[in-house]
Design a binder for this molecule. Structure first.
Ligand code: CA
Length: 288
């Protein structure tokens, strides 16, 4: 904690002066086609580069109110609510989401999207907030976690196939894939949130990521877009959360912080689209 206090002024300067600071936090069930290159390793605790990253929390100025002041949502009438607002947001996603990296390239994007603000060589792992080397090590220490697991994604990631590193689609959208320590990722499996409870610092992120995925890709949301027929699945929120009320509760319990906000900014630049529930966490209660 003393370290955190000491670092606070430095981190504040970094946050203000750079657009390259990113933060990333989680991911749990990897759509993980088994391969010898991504494997569980028991010796994770012995890796020197791993350290507790409590200081990440101190970078954050939490707030449940909107911090976004750009014009990305200029087409959105937020006097709407429920399915009407969800549909408009989905249409916005499909019209602005211009770039999908390959699932293989996700391995190398974490160094940008989930960078440790205190050590640019490291990334922050999602469920544990541990800092570890950002150099991909074939899944030994961390791997790619789909926060909404493949098993409950209504077929959304089914086309990843065995040649999954070349896959491009909803299952390689970086907004919902986070680096997670391999043993934690595998421990969660496809357990629903509620039955699986991450640390409090990840709960809001989980809520906003799952609602993002539902809003963007669910066939149950009536937005439009040329890619919708290709990038859609029968996503149902209660297949990933034990209840809608729990998702709302977690959104309030763990407000958006600077790390999450910076990650959204980076991905908006890279992919073209934003997670509306990070920019407007108050919309969570409006749409569901
Ligand atoms: Ca959080």
């Amino acid at each position: 904690m003393k370290k955190s206090l000491f670092l606070l002024p430095i981190m504040s300067v970094l946050a203000l002066s750079s657009c390259t600071i990113e933060i990333g936090l989680f991911d749990s069930e990897t759509v993980k086609p088994s391969t010898s290159s991504e494997e569980s390793v028991e010796s994770i605790e012995s890796i020197e580069s791993i350290e507790s990253v409590e200081s990440v929390e101190s970078v954050s100025s939490n707030s449940s109110t909107n911090h976004y002041s750009g014009n990305y949502y200029s087409s959105i009438d937020d006097s709407k609510s429920g399915s009407a607002l969800l549909a408009d947001l989905q249409t916005l996603m499909f019209s602005t989401h211009k770039k999908y990296c390959s699932y293989g390239d996700v391995r190398y994007k974490f160094k940008d999207s989930d960078k440790d603000p205190n050590n640019s060589s490291n990334i922050i792992c999602f469920y544990s907030h541990q800092s570890m080397s950002g150099t991909w090590d074939s899944g030994v220490t961390y791997n790619r976690e789909h926060v909404w697991p493949k098993a409950s994604s209504g077929g959304l990631y089914n086309d990843m196939g065995s040649n999954y590193n070349n896959y491009v689609g909803a299952g390689s959208d970086l907004h919902h894939i986070r680096p997670a320590k391999t043993n934690i990722n595998e421990g969660r499996g496809s357990t629903k949130f509620g039955n699986y409870k991450p640390e409090d610092f990840a709960k809001g992120d989980c809520a906003r990521i799952c609602l993002y995925l539902y809003m963007h890709y669910s066939t149950n949301v009536s937005g439009t877009g040329s890619l919708k027929s290709q990038y859609a699945g029968n996503l149902v929120l209660t297949n990933v959360f034990t209840s809608i009320s729990l998702l709302k509760e977690w959104n309030s319990l763990d407000p958006v912080d600077d790390f999450e906000r910076a990650r959204n900014e980076y991905l908006a630049t890279y992919q073209g689209n934003r997670n509306p529930f990070i920019d407007h966490p108050e919309w969570v209660d409006k749409v569901i």
